[in-house]
Design a binder for this molecule. Structure first.
Ligand code: OX2
Length: 828
């Protein structure tokens, strides 16, 4: 075999096409046990993954050795969700091997796209929060920061969605039924964790009191490592995901005493913990299993961190907070605060104050939402049952907090104490995880400027009074490697040719592309690429839905979880308005539009499912109505996920970011769509505000009430019926939904939306924003008629959103929160 060259930084070998071909065939033989003449696409894909892994593992070993030798401070990202999508093309791109692999496979008679389709999405997350975690670990590796992601190795990721007569059907997602080539099981790092049981108070010979937790169950955590390959030969970090199993020790006892069936039951119960991802986005699950999931992964991860720390420092804890920083991705992992206290106080026998001091220098907390229904609370009685010792510790944290902080600033003020207490009083007292997270962390951040302001003013104003410096902002970002270079290769090439190829790691470089925004030749290239992307998406749409769409129409896209606050139903009302205008005026003049949706509804969220049903039924009617003459098409893409996003985003002309102002903490789809040259129709909410600042008001269609106007309207008393009676178009549309026009023979089938908007009081101000939304779309329609003008706007979107790379978010976290140093990886 020919000699391989080695990259200076990581030692990842830079191999050529010939060598890659040899490796793939070698793995086909020796790893897959098959042959070129009978290998299935799956086998080819796996063999190629194995070849890629040869490069990945070189980088992984070098990274781990360098981190160990340099004994670096490291970030530990704790998240219940990682929405990774596929890793094949991502790893190839980040290794700089995509073109070689494409070529090598072509020479072997294979199409790389067919192989890519062999991979199931790794959908271990619901939406933005999980995808953010995935972008962040990509950036951390790319920027050479020592970091590890911790989470759960769910057997089933987010459910697979299909539609039956327009209604959402959920099926389990068995993403690793036949194994996953990217993960490595690490039995040597198994952990055991405890749950249930009771706490005993004992006294030692000196009369010192000690709390002893006698757990009711022991569960084993088995780590699976997924290497996270930084872009262009930088670090290869690890995502460590815990799988739950029955503890051998515990099982053996039951088994020996003749309880074979009991032992099997124990097994099933233990394995249940990492079985499924909770499919809720922005609602508090509030279930015992969910609390156990949280504790399971947090406890395994902390033990793993401490094991690694002790290897270098023994029992000397004095450097712990210097070496370890833990970022809590929302409150989901907040139980790690009492867990670390338990380990330090009960196990390491540290004084409370010293232990608390460590905790408060280790944890930082990111808030992702202000929605009350998403703020986690656990019934005290449940906590007591599952984690009795942790409840005691929380009580003690709270007692000291109320005395030492709250009562000092507001002496004798019981209202303040009640409001700030980690324990919410009432007939069913609750543990407030948000409060616990703020009290136990040294930094708290929101995810966009406006959201971070609202975290301070509306959610935790008193905490700000106590600790003004604790609160900060880090605006979200997305990785341009996946969300431009890999998913939109044609645009990426155009950018390379115009502004050089440094933009994937220095996204501000995109601003240079603005110089071409008036250049007719570049405009044409840009629009031709969009056109090709749209044609490719049209093929996907046809395959998935049998609907024909015209690639010359405006592609207007709303992709995100289904939620009332995201207002997919506002989009639907606009579609109905256009349809009605067409029916009333056969010559109604509009640029043809295709409205595309992608969204999963939480299985228990009734109204969200009704909205999906309504969109599907309206789509059916419109798409078959000859009178529309193709001016309007509506498509609901089934099973929206990262892989589908990668196909839809490069093809979007218009990006729908239409949440009620103040409700969407940031949004990240908005960034991806703008990056790929879509023009945003959006409210002044979340990161839309910062996108508008960057792209300028000529290149975005802003509509609707502002945060302050929303507050004022609620304060004054919002009456949605006023809008219903005042605007004949609104009235006609809502009444239309009640007839059987869209559901022949079944009137009232779509009335849930009208009911929520009128009887339900329209909590998200859909009717209040309707008129302004329609106007924004009329503006978009007129903009599109001027193709050169549109090209300019779209190009300026791409050129102006360099700020929204997750590399910038990570650098903000490093300087404002984590205080990490880069660690350049050396090859051996
Ligand atoms: C989401 C937020 O809704 C979204 O606005 C944000 O962009 C994303 O997190 C990443 O920060 N669950 N999902 C979110 O918040 C929660 C809770």
């Amino acid at each position: 075999m020919k000699k391989q060259t080695v990259s200076a930084s990581t030692g990842m070998s830079q191999i050529n096409t010939e060598q890659l071909k040899e490796q793939i065939i070698r793995h086909l033989h020796s790893t897959l046990g098959t042959d070129v003449n009978k290998a299935s696409p799956q086998a080819w894909w796996r063999a190629t993954c194995a070849a890629v892994n040869e490069q990945v593992y070189d980088g992984l070993r070098n990274t781990q050795r360098t981190h160990y030798e340099q004994n670096t401070r490291a970030l530990h990202y704790f998240s219940l969700e990682y929405l990774m999508g596929r890793l094949f093309s991502n790893n190839l791109h980040n290794l700089g091997l995509y073109e070689q692999a494409k070529q090598a496979l072509a020479e072997l008679g294979l199409n790389i796209a067919d192989l890519e389709d062999q991979e199931e999405d790794m959908a271990l997350g619901n939406g933005g929060l999980g995808r953010l975690a995935a972008c962040f670990i990509d950036s951390l590796a790319t920027l050479n920061y020592p970091a590890i992601g911790y989470g759960i190795h769910y057997e089933h990721g987010l459910f697979q969605q299909s539609f039956q007569d327009g209604r959402q059907i959920e099926r389990p997602d068995s993403w690793r039924e036949y194994g996953n080539p990217w993960e490595i099981c690490r039995p040597e790092s198994v952990q055991e964790i405890s749950v249930y049981g009771y706490v005993e108070t004992v006294y030692d010979l000196q009369g010192k009191m000690k709390k002893v937790w006698h757990p009711g169950r022991i569960i084993k955590g088995v780590p699976w490592d997924i290497p996270i390959v930084g872009y262009n030969g930088s670090s290869v970090n690890v995502l460590r995901l815990w799988e739950s199993r029955a503890s051998d020790f515990f099982n053996w006892d039951v088994f020996n005493s003749g309880g074979y069936i009991d032992a099997a039951r124990e097994n099933i119960e233990a394995e249940t913990i990492s079985k499924v991802l909770y499919p809720n986005d922005e609602t508090d699950a509030g279930k015992e299993l969910r609390l156990i999931q949280q504790y399971f992964f947090v406890s395994c991860s902390l033990k793993d961190i401490i094991r690694r720390y002790k290897r270098a420092h023994g029992d000397d804890w004095s450097d712990f907070a210097k070496q370890v920083v833990i970022q809590l991705n929302d409150t989901h992992p907040a139980v790690s605060i009492p867990e670390l206290m338990r380990i330090l106080v009960d196990r390491a026998e540290m004084q409370w104050d010293q232990a608390w001091n460590i905790c408060q220098h280790v944890f930082a907390y990111t808030n992702h939402t202000l929605l009350p229904e998403a703020l986690e609370k656990w019934p005290v009685r449940l906590f007591e049952k599952v984690l009795p010792r942790h409840l005691e510790i929380i009580y003690e944290i709270n007692r000291r907090f109320l005395i030492e902080q709250v009562d000092v600033l507001w002496p004798g003020d019981n209202d303040k104490k009640r409001k700030l207490s980690i324990i919410e009083e009432g007939h069913d007292p609750m543990v407030r995880m948000g409060h616990l997270s703020v009290v136990g962390s040294f930094k708290v951040n929101g995810v966009a400027e406006i959201h971070s302001q609202l975290v301070k003013s509306d959610l935790f104003p008193e905490m700000v009074a106590l600790w003004p410096d604790k609160f900060t902002n880090v605006t979200n970002g997305v990785t341009p490697r996946r969300w431009l270079k890999a998913c939109n290769p044609k645009l990426a090439k155009l950018l390379d040719s115009k502004i050089g190829d440094n933009w994937p790691t220095d996204l501000k470089q995109l601003s240079k592309f603005a110089a071409f925004a008036d250049d007719p030749a570049v405009q044409q290239s840009f629009m031709a690429i969009k056109q090709q992307n749209k044609a490719e998406l049209a093929t996907v749409v046809k395959k998935l839905t049998q609907i024909d769409i015209d690639p010359h129409a405006i592609f207007d896209i709303q992709i995100k979880r289904l939620h009332e606050y995201k207002r997919q139903h506002l989009n639907l009302l606009h579609i109905l308005a256009l349809y009605r205008r067409i029916l009333q005026d056969p010559d109604y003049d509009m640029v043809p539009r295709v409205f595309l949706f992608g969204a999963k509804a939480a299985p228990g969220y009734k109204l969200a499912k009704e909205i999906i049903y309504a969109i599907n039924k309206v789509a059916e009617k419109i798409n078959h109505d000859k009178r529309v003459k193709n001016r309007l098409k509506v498509v609901f893409m089934p099973n929206y996920r990262v892989t589908l996003a990668e196909k839809m985003i490069p093809a979007a002309d218009v990006s729908e970011q239409i949440s009620t102002a103040g409700k969407e903490a940031s949004g990240t789809g908005n960034m991806k769509l703008a990056l790929n040259g879509a023009i945003t129709v959006g409210t002044l909410d979340g990161a839309n505000i910062e996108i508008a600042e960057e792209v300028g008001s000529d290149n975005i269609a802003i509509f609707g009430l502002t945060v302050d106007e929303v507050k004022a309207l609620h304060a004054k008393g919002y009456n949605s019926a006023d809008y219903y009676y005042a605007n004949p178009e609104i009235k006609a549309i809502l009444d239309w939904l009640e007839t059987d026009y869209f559901t022949p023979g079944k009137p009232g089938e779509l009335s849930a939306i009208k009911r929520s908007l009128l009887e339900g009081g329209d909590p998200y101000l859909v009717l209040a924003d309707f008129e302004s939304y329609v106007k924004a779309h009329e503006k978009v329609d007129s903009w599109y008629r001027d193709q050169a003008g549109w090209a300019k706007k779209a190009m300026l979107n791409t050129a102006s959103v360099g700020k929204f790379t997750s590399d910038r978010s990570i650098e903000d976290y490093v300087s404002r929160v984590w205080q990490l140093k880069k660690c350049n990886i050396t090859a051996q």
